[in-house]
Design a binder for this molecule. Structure first.
Ligand code: AMP
Length: 214
């Protein structure tokens, strides 16, 4: 099963992708996570990407294409995958098709997680992320048991540098300008399913699983 999750920042793509990867035994490919790891490790990609990320802008397509080619050359994606955070514009969708056609595969399902701006800002401005295992928490919606500590692995939680209200607004503008075209694109290919993602994560998860099992 090969799934793409689309939707604005804060729609819950990362949370859903992590749960789906576990439930359906698929690889989780998150371009945001790969980039953040590169920034943390101060690789040349990380150094090039950091400024774009901090400003809420898209990292240039050429850098992303190279990164994605490398990720899709790894063995774990052969069992199937959930792609979260890519593509983010039409050029990236074409790059993805090229990578898939070389590998002789195609995407099975594209899920568009739709969320309102009010919910997105509330979610992202309160989001806390584990510095070690990447688990997500929220200051009020899903607080950790111990302040600032991950329930799953005990490491410190942090707030992403791009989860400040101003940067969230910029990311939403970028989404509207660049990424929303993809909804029509995948609709035209009869692959797109839209879900309301304002509600509880567990309900959204069961809806995606049902689509994947259809
Ligand atoms: P995310 O974790 O998906 O919200 O991504 C965080 C940031 O990483 C984005 O705001 C972009 O700066 C960058 N990023 C992630 N995926 C992409 C992509 N497909 N194309 C360009 N930039 C990306």
């Amino acid at each position: 099963m090969r799934i793409i999750l689309l939707g604005p920042p804060g729609a819950g793509k990362g949370t859903q992708a992590k749960s789906l990867a576990e439930e359906l035994a698929l690889a989780h490919v998150s371009t945001g996570d790969i980039l953040r790891q590169n920034v943390k490790d101060a690789t040349s990609l990380g150094k090039e990407a950091k400024d774009f990320m901090d400003r809420g802008l898209l990292v240039p397509d050429e850098l992303m294409a190279k990164m994605l080619q490398e990720r899709f050359a790894q063995a774990d994606v052969r069992k199937g995958f959930i792609l979260d955070g890519y593509p983010r514009n039409l050029a990236q969708a074409k790059t993805l098709e090229d990578i898939f056609s070389i590998q002789g595969i195609d995407v099975d399902l594209v899920v568009y997680l739709d969320s309102s701006e009010e919910v997105i800002i509330q979610r992202l401005s309160g989001r806390l992320v584990c510095s070690k295992c990447g688990a997500n928490f929220h200051k009020t919606n899903m607080p950790p048991k111990r302040d600032g500590i991950c329930d799953k692995c005990g490491a410190a939680l942090y707030q992403r540098s791009d989860d400040k209200v101003e940067t969230i607004k910029r990311r939403l503008e970028v989404y509207k300008k660049e990424t929303s075209d993809l909804i029509e694109y995948y609709q035209g290919k009869n692959k797109l399913h839209r879900l309301d993602a304002d509600g509880q994560a567990t309900i959204v998860l069961s809806q995606i699983v049902a689509l994947a099992k259809q």
